[in-house]
Structure formats: C-alpha cells, structure tokens
Design a protein around this ligand. Sequence first.
Ligand code: ADP
Ligand code: MG
Length: 345
Amino acid sequence: NHLPPARTIEPLPDELISQIAAGEVIERPAAVVRELLDNALDSGATQITIRLQAGGVRLIAIEDNGCGIPPEQLPLAIRRHATSKIRSLHDLESVATMGFRGEALAAIGAVSELTLLSATADAAHGHFLDARSGELRPGARAAGTSVEVKELFFSTPARRKFLKSDATELAHCLDAVRRHALARPHVGFTLWHDGKLIEQWRATHDPEQRLADILGDDFLAQSLPVDYSVQTAGGTVRVRGRCGLPDYARSRADQQYAYVNGRYVRDKVITHAARSAYEDVLHGQRQPVYVLMIEIDPLRVDVNVHPTKIEVRFRDSREVHQAVRHAIENALAPSRAALAEGAQS
Ligand code: ADP
Ligand code: MG
C-alpha cells in the first residue's frame, strides 16, 4: 500500500493565518508604502509625508492630514477584514475607494512593529495604538493619521533574506509613491530617506504640472495630450492623459502608466491597445511612453481580482481596448500626418 496515512485536518492558529494572508499582500517595503498611501488618499488627505529608513526595511512612516480614526475604532483598523469602506456585496461591485479588503493594516501588523497615531478633526487630541501590545493611549496629533512600520519581516528571517539592497528597495518604494502622485496632483507629497529629502511635489490644480514634476519637462515637451471619450453599450469610457511622440519612445517599458478610475493598474488589454496605436510609427522593440487615466463605470470593472489590486478585470475588454487605442491614435494623428508628408517629399 503506497498511500500516505490520512492525517487529521485542523484549523490553523490565528497567528499563522495572519502570516499566510500577509504574504499575499506585503511582499516588500514598497507594498507597505502602496497600502499606506492608498489609506491616506482614501482619508481625503491633501498632504502626505513619507519617511523611510534603510530602503523602508527599518522604517516606513507615513503621515497624512486626512479624516483620522476615532480612538474606539483604532483597534478595529488593524483587525483583519474590518473596513470602513464597504458594507455589502453591492458596495463591493461599485467600489470607489482605493481600499476595501480591510486587510492591509492587519497584514502589515503581522510582519512588522506597527503603530498608529490618529486624530479626527473634532477631537482635542489624538490617540496612539501599538498593534503588537494593543496598548491604546492619548497622544498629541493634529487632525490626520501617522502610521509607523518598523523592522519589516523581523519575525520571518527567511522572508527578510529575499529583500534586495536598500537602494533597490528604495527604488521600488519611490515607484509606488510616483504612481500614486501622478494621479493625484491636488495632493502634496514629500519623501525622505535616511534623513534626506528625496522628492517634494507640491499640490497643484494643473495635472500637467505634476507630470512634469515627476516625469520631467522633457516628457511634457515630447508628448501629446490625450482626451477622448466614447459612448459604449455600458456607458461612457473616457481616456485622458498624455502619450509620447514616437521619437520619444524608449528601449524599456518603464514609463507606461495606466490608471483605471484613479487606481494604478498593470493590464494586458491596456498595454496591448497602446502598443497597437503606435504600430506603424514605432519600430522594433521601442516602447512608447504614456500616462493614461481611464474612467469607466465602476460596475464594468472588477477590482477584486488580486490581493494587491494591481490587476483588474473588465466586463468588456474590447470596449476598453478600442477606447485606449482610438484615444492614442487620435492624439498621434497630427504627427502621423507629418510623418507621412515627410515620407512623400
Ligand atoms: P481598507 O483600506 O481595505 O479598509 P486597511 O487595513 O488598509 O483596510 O485599513 C482599515 C481601516 O482603517 C480603513 O477602512 C480606515 O477606516 C482606517 N484607516 C486606515 N488608514 C487610515 C488613514 N490614513 N486615515 C484614516 N483612516 C484610516
Ligand atoms: Mg487600505
């Protein structure tokens, strides 16, 4: 008989459940940055300060001036599957916030030393919560929230070993901040690393100013405005942003930013559509640059596909593909005509 003996099935201890769940969401410091920025933006913050030490491994501290968390809610904020953002399946289907899974703070708390200091606008002072010990006490804070994450993966040395150099982890953190900041020009961002000011993007009403701040004046000079909407069976799909001139293409696909309803996504449909819009003007492996903000009825996109929410699923991916392709083709039309003229003469 070659069969192994049947072993008893037993529920996992809570702590192990948290560790397993955390593994899905928090793979490196940049994931913590992403989740905390999502929370800060959901809180309505207009100013966000990020302080990192040792690429975020030693410390990630994010401060916002958003709505804050009332003291009696602080313990709930760090509890798994507890959220203020959705209440029902119906809410989930049309979710408009960055977060909704009620998982991030619990996951971060499972793999680090997590503390929160938060105050609502009407409170005389704030409250401090230590996630590990559960200690809750008054603390000085103007309206908003400060979250500190120390010694990421300190209790899981195997995981910690997978982290790259501080410089590499910092680069990933910076990517996360950039992705959030590109889509939120009205929010000011400040980023410190090991006591040095790394980036500062002031709040602005002008989305193009933010693009120039982050991607450089070159990007603005070498790209064309995109603004296109189309009526589909499922409502309006709008695509806005900028796309690079064919000459401005790069050897790497490192300046392609796509957002769906304000959420940064990596999506094959969008990448393919953009690429095909450049089909006859880009040669070989050259990669176009673009920043595209796609707005679509939330009911027509499922954001609950992946724990990190970087992937989405469209109800009708053809309508999105066409909208993105046409949006870029329209933007490129004048330069395409110029190219054709150049070829004739
Ligand atoms: P989710 O964002 O999916 O709700 P999180 O674990 O990220 O789950 O956060 C849990 C809850 O804590 C949020 O629903 C929100 O009510 C509160 N919260 C977290 N961060 C902040 C913040 N920076 N400002 C205000 N509230 C916050
Ligand atoms: Mg969240």
